[in-house]
Write a protein that binds this ligand. Structure first.
Ligand code: ADP
Ligand code: MG
Length: 223
C-alpha cells in the first residue's frame, strides 16, 4: 500500500559548534499537500529545506522522504536520490546559459539515463504546463525573470518525484508573477499528488498553502 506521508522529518536539529542553524523541528507532509515554511530571515528555513533535500546532514533527528531515510544515505546516494525523486526550486532559477529551455529542463532527465529524444519530448510537456512553450528553443538571456523561474519550475516538475521543495521561489518576482508561480506549484502538487514544501516570506503565498510551519517558535512541529 502507498504511504500517504511523503515527507517525514522528525526533530531535525542543525548546529555548528555552539551555533544553532535550525532548532529541533518536525514536519510531516502528505500526498498532494502544500506546506509553507515561514519565519524571519535567519530562522532556519533554508537549513530545513537543505535537510529535506539531503544537502545538509542534520546534527540530530532524521529525514525520511518517500520511505527513504535521506539523512543516512551516503553523499553519492543522496545526490542520486535528489536527482531522481526530488523537484527543487530556488530563488534564483540557476539555468545554464548555454542551453535552451528544452535542454535545461531535459538535463536532469539525461543525467538519470533517459534517452535524449525522450527527455526533450518530456521537457516539452512541462514547458507547456508552465506556459513557456515559446521559449523551448531559446536561451535564458532572452527570458524575463518570471519566465526564467517558470522554466526552472518545469525542470523541477519534469522529474515527476513525489516531493517538491522550493526555497523562496517567488522572492525576486513582482506580485503578479509571484502569485502565478505559487499557484502553479500548489496546483501541480494537488493534481499530481506531490508533497510540496515552500519556504517564503510572503504572507499571501503562505496563505495559499494547506498549512504553515512557523520557525519563529522553538521546537516547531506540524503533524
Ligand atoms: N554555513 C553556515 N555556517 C554558519 N552559519 C550558517 C550557515 N548557514 C546558515 N547559517 C546561519 O544559520 C541560521 C539559519 O539560516 P538559514 O537557514 O539560511 O535561515 P533562513 O533561510 O530562514 O533565512 C542563520 O543564523 C544563518 O546565519
Ligand atoms: Mg533562506
Amino acid at each position: 500500500m502507498e504511504v500517504p506521508v511523503v515527507i517525514d522529518a522528525v526533530d531535525v536539529f542543525v548546529g555548528l559548534g555552539s551555533v544553532t542553524l535550525l532548532r529541533p523541528t518536525s514536519l510531516r507532509v502528505e500526498d498532494g499537500e502544500a506546506v509553507a515554511v515561514v519565519g524571519p530571515s535567519g530562522s532556519g528555513k533554508t537549513t530545513l529545506l537543505r535537510c529535506l533535500m539531503g544537502m545538509t546532514t542534520p546534527t540530530s533527528g532524521r529525514v525520511r522522504i518517500d520511505g527513504t531515510t535521506v539523512s543516512s544515505l551516503s553523499v553519492a546516494d543522496r545526490a542520486r536520490f535528489r536527482r531522481e525523486h526530488l523537484g527543487v526550486v530556488f530563488q534564483d532559477p540557476e539555468l545554464l546559459d548555454e542551453l535552451t529551455a528544452a535542454e535545461n529542463v531535459a538535463l536532469p532527465l539525461l543525467f538519470s539515463g533517459r534517452a535524449r529524444r525522450d527527455a526533450l519530448a518530456h521537457s516539452d510537456v512541462y514547458l507547456d504546463r508552465v506556459g513557456t512553450s515559446h521559449l523551448r528553443g531559446l536561451r535564458p538571456a532572452t527570458y524575463s525573470r518570471g519566465e526564467a523561474q517558470r522554466v526552472a519550475i518545469a525542470r523541477a516538475l519534469a522529474i515527476q518525484g513525489r516531493t517538491l521543495v522550493a526555497d523562496e521561489p517567488t522572492a525576486s518576482l513582482d506580485r503578479d508573477n509571484a502569485v502565478a508561480i505559487a499557484r502553479l506549484l500548489i496546483d501541480h502538487g494537488r493534481r499530481e499528488n506531490t508533497a510540496t514544501v515552500i519556504a517564503t516570506h510572503d504572507i499571501e503565498l503562505a496563505g495559499m498553502c494547506d498549512r504553515v510551519l512557523d520557525l519563529r517558535h522553538a521546537d516547531a512541529a506540524v503533524a
